[in-house]
Design a protein around this ligand. Sequence first.
Ligand SMILES: NC(=O)c1ccc[n+]([C@@H]2O[C@H](COP(=O)([O-])OP(=O)(O)OC[C@H]3O[C@@H](n4cnc5c(N)ncnc54)[C@H](O)[C@@H]3O)[C@@H](O)[C@H]2O)c1
Length: 413
Amino acid sequence: MQVTVIGTGYVGLVTAIGLADAKHDVVCVDLNKERMEQLSNGVAPITEEGIEGALQQNQSRLTFTTEYPVSDLYLVAVGTPERADGSCDLSAVEAVVKLIHSIQPHAAVVMKSTIPPGTTEKLQMAYPSLRFAMVPEFLREGTAIRDMRNPHRVIIGTHDQQLASDLTELFKTNAPIVHVDPTTAELTKYAANSFLAVKISFINEIARLADIVGADVEDVAHGIGLDPRIGPAFLKAGAGYGGSCFPKDIAALTTLAQQHGEHLHVIEAADRTNEAQLEYVLQKIAPKRGLRVALLGLAFKPGTDDLRDAPALRLAERLTKMGVIVTGYDPAAKTLLDQKDTIEEAVTGAEIAVIMTEWDEIKHVTPRRLTDNMKTARLIDGRNCWAFVEEPGNVQYEGIGRPNKTFSNNPTS
Ligand SMILES: NC(=O)c1ccc[n+]([C@@H]2O[C@H](COP(=O)([O-])OP(=O)(O)OC[C@H]3O[C@@H](n4cnc5c(N)ncnc54)[C@H](O)[C@@H]3O)[C@@H](O)[C@H]2O)c1
């Protein structure tokens, strides 16, 4: 089958590779000419494990262009960022659908972008000749290729029986395929992200209490996570979440609810807790003019170079405004900070190092590499990724909700 994917960012590119993996011919369209040239030369524009190999494997089935081709099936994976009022900016999605309609008014249009509940139905009313479906994307940056090959589920939201059946074939998987209406599919995506954000904020609140009462939040998380009704995932206390999805999706969902006179109290609280969590890290740093702080890890999570809404950048901005001298290190992401090429360079002369992204390299950094280079070897582990052992070390360690024990560089999982 020939498929056209519009937007070749994290979702569009990975989806296109997945379809090419399944032997479909895929035309990828993006406004970004430079990105299309890079991709035509087999160069991945994003950092994702296994993406270069997957691109090369599928080169013969992938075409990259800035021109919209005539196609019977378009997958839409353009960005849906946050507007100033918190709502979802649908302008790219709307522009794409309008263009598709002008090219092929009877095409099937599958929304992969995250769009607020009710959007697909509105588009269907505006363009009755097009055949719409919403198939939300659940990949995680950092493991996107793996997730695409082994999804936990596929949600197909459409009223069009033929399209539902074609998409079941197109996204063939051993995972459960759930058939629903488009609005339910849209809400499923937002509910999934909101629930994960709630879990993170929940454990972050427990971590703050653990700091007060002298408990270890990592052991608490392990203890509650063994209950299958709770589960161990997303119970990692730290500096809070960020990234290209959670903040904007939570803003879009809570704003939509408010527009309907409804309050999503739990989700709104998770968002407030997340804001407070960064303040909590700031408190631990106790910023003052001239203090030298090194941020270890800048991307919003390991395995990606994505800096959208990265907590490290938000922290750097706050610190810089307070007159703190900030350096940074990240193995993949490139920022405008005073960013160094190695951990040693970043921490040289620093009084505090703060782990903001749990890259393997940062988890495994030896205390020696800090003590040999820092002015005062104080480490705030904003991802609780170092593990404790019996041997005392020379680094003054502080995690989030972990008692002040000695530590090693044995990373936690
Ligand atoms: N990144 C993730 O982890 C993730 C996961 C699940 C869902 N999503 C959702 O998927 C959507 C895309 O996210 P992303 O992270 O891949 O975004 P992205 O910003 O990485 O990529 C979007 C791409 O669309 C292109 N584009 C914009 N307007 C266009 C147009 N009119 N025609 C052609 N191309 C156009 C941009 O140039 C860009 O390359 C968003 O709605 C997001 O919420 C993202």
